[in-house]
Design a binder for this molecule. Structure first.
Ligand SMILES: Cc1ncc(COP(=O)(O)O)c(C=O)c1O
Length: 363
């Protein structure tokens, strides 16, 4: 018996529209093939592979120093701990749907005794007004760009500058959850360093739009970087060898960074196709990065068989899962990557025409 028919139907499609490709070990093999087998491994955070990559990323992000971590979860909890120690306050502010609040099992509190202050609403971005009205002392404000759980929305750059200025005035450190930082640069028309200049510390990920295996960089001033290495060891993240993550991060960074503008434009085009279908709308209505959410005014139980039929008739796979938001509504996330450009336009448009017909039939 199979418990995930939508997932299995999606896996059988010739043209999945989301992501770069399958997460199989070929992803690592392709990357490692590009390197000389005689290259020495990094050893506990030292050696040319890790030090070279950290230096390169510090330069790109315009920060003094950068440190490679096995995960963003570890890197960000450590960054916030350092800011709390520096400011002598065990409170940080962030969005109610940020990764730390909903995906990390209260790690920040359990491991570091830090209390979060939830800022803004679950259905919108943190605004300048929220920061101005922030009550009581906090060591740090974490902003996530783009805010994933609300479809990858972004503040205007001007608002971001004003939030940054407000934090500086109030002595609040500003930390960037930039898991998808490179994906938003085409919309902002800024360099990574220009965006990061508004923040005191920055985390970036190598397995989202970049499409690597795993891994993260934490960047900031030299003192923060040195302290973060100590915390990385305490957290058990100072692996003797991190090169499989570092080399694949660097390989896919070089390969995919130049494509970020195309992924963004394709996301705008794809969201347009979804928005023409009845009972479907995207959030944001026009994407500001390579990601967006697709909301359906239909229950998961009704939409799922309809999608399976669509995949079987057209070979175009839209999503492998649906998440319920109410009795008659559900959604899924789209991240445009390498796969989208491989779909013949004719097949894509035919699939959306059929989807629209199927949705009309269940009205
Ligand atoms: C916005 C955001 N922040 C942080 C993380 C944590 O990254 P990691 O999986 O490397 O711990 C994620 C991972 O999905 C994320 O989406």
């Amino acid at each position: 018996m199979n418990g995930k028919p939508l997932h299995e139907a999606f896996n059988r499609t010739a043209y999945p529209i989301t992501g770069h490709g399958k997460r199989n070990i070929g992803v690592l093999k392709d990357a490692l093939n590009a390197y000389d087998g005689d290259l020495d491994s990094d050893i506990y955070g030292e050696g040319s592979i890790i030090e070279g990559f950290q230096g390169k990323m510090a330069g790109i992000l315009g920060k003094d120093k950068a440190v490679f971590f096995p995960s963003g979860t570890m890197a960000q909890q450590i960054a916030l701990r350092i800011w709390c120690d520096r400011k002598g306050v065990k409170r940080v502010a962030y969005h109610p749907l940020c990764h730390l609040e909903i995906h990390e099992q209260r790690g920040l509190h359990e491991l570091h005794g830090i209390e979060p202050v939830l800022l803004g609403g679950k259905d919108r971005l943190i605004s300048l007004g929220d920061v101005q009205e922030l009550y009581g002392k906090v060591a740090c404000l974490l902003l996530e760009l783009p805010q994933r759980e609300i479809g990858g929305q972004l503040p205007d750059f001007g608002e971001l500058e004003a939030i940054s200025a407000c934090c500086r005035e109030r002595g609040i450190a500003l930390h960037l959850d930039g898991a998808r930082l490179f994906e938003v640069l085409p919309y902002y028309q800024k360099s990574a360093a220009e965006v990061c200049a508004l923040f005191d510390s920055v985390y970036i990920s190598f397995y989202k739009g970049i499409g690597g295996i795993a891994g993260a960089i934490l960047a900031g001033d030299a003192g923060l970087a040195e302290e973060s290495k100590i915390w990385k060891r305490r957290h058990g993240g100072d692996l003797i060898s991190l090169y499989p993550y570092i080399l694949s991060a660097d390989y896919y960074f070089e390969e995919r960074l130049p494509n970020m503008g195309r992924y963004y434009e394709e996301a705008v085009e794809l969201a347009g196709l979804f928005n023409k279908c009845q009972q479907i709308s995207t959030l944001p209505a026009e994407p500001v990065s390579n990601m967006f959410h697709v909301h359906a005014a239909l229950s998961k139980e009704r939409l799922e068989p309809l999608l399976i039929e669509l995949y079987e008739e057209t070979g175009v796979g839209l999503t492998h899962y649906l998440r319920e938001t109410g009795e008659t509504s559900c959604y899924f996330e789209i991240s445009v990557g390498d796969r989208y450009a491989l779909i013949p336009k004719e097949e894509l448009h035919r699939a959306f025409a059929i989807l629209d017909e199927k949705l009309a039939a269940v009205l």
